[in-house]
Design a protein around this ligand. Sequence first.
Ligand SMILES: C[S@@+](CC[C@H](N)C(=O)[O-])C[C@H]1O[C@@H](n2cnc3c(N)ncnc32)[C@H](O)[C@@H]1O
Length: 245
Amino acid sequence: MNLVLQEILQSGKVRSHSGETFDLGFAHVPRQQGEFLQQLIFETKPKVSLEIGLAFGISALFISEAIRSVQGTRHIVIDPFQSDSFKNIGLNNLYNAGFEDLVEFHELPSCTVLPKLECAGTRIDFAFIDGAHSFEAVFVDMFYTDRILRVGGILAIDDTHFPAVLEALRHFLDSGRYSLVDTLTASSADQGPRWKKAIRVFIRGVCKYCPALKRILRLEFSDCNAQLALAPDVRCVALRKERES
Ligand SMILES: C[S@@+](CC[C@H](N)C(=O)[O-])C[C@H]1O[C@@H](n2cnc3c(N)ncnc32)[C@H](O)[C@@H]1O
């Protein structure tokens, strides 16, 4: 693992160019998910990759490191809020880790950038979608990513336990043009204590017989994964594009 990423994950802190320090917080992929994305890249050896949602650059650091090691040439990153909300820390991290020549950054909404990439004839082999999480945003991200993703390419989607994300994912699986390659579960991503998982399983079991309790505990999210026949705690899904529409 590169030193910049290692230091951030160990300290839980990020630093701006001017030296201000911020808590990393939780709006980033956990280490296990970063390694899950890297494994997909090691197996499929993409030349060009795309990422929607940079934030402090944690997933981008994992992806860039793997892309470089498989001799990839370009990692396209999109985030409209990098300077305003993240003080360019994600970009700085990527540059400090030595990925300046690999990364092509666009500080605009993905719905603006993706059609431009298509018009420019860009073709990608790997994509990770972790931008805005409303249904329309995720759907548009998937729609345009699909248009530039090569057949055989990998589309990884984060937060599939969100109903809006799951709805968009369902559409892509229903189309028959994508197959499910791999999934990452919350238990493997979070490495939480076993007793917490056991309590969740118990509560979910009780809720089957008591829908009111399910509403009170707001457990609808976990049900969404079940509708797709995924394990209830799946958080990230990798699809392979099998054919064009
Ligand atoms: C959960 S964070 C991404 C975390 C990042 N993948 C990581 O692991 O460090 C979501 C990101 O999506 C970005 N975002 C929000 N709306 C967007 C849009 N329309 N297009 C692209 N990115 C967007 C936010 O600025 C934020 O940085």
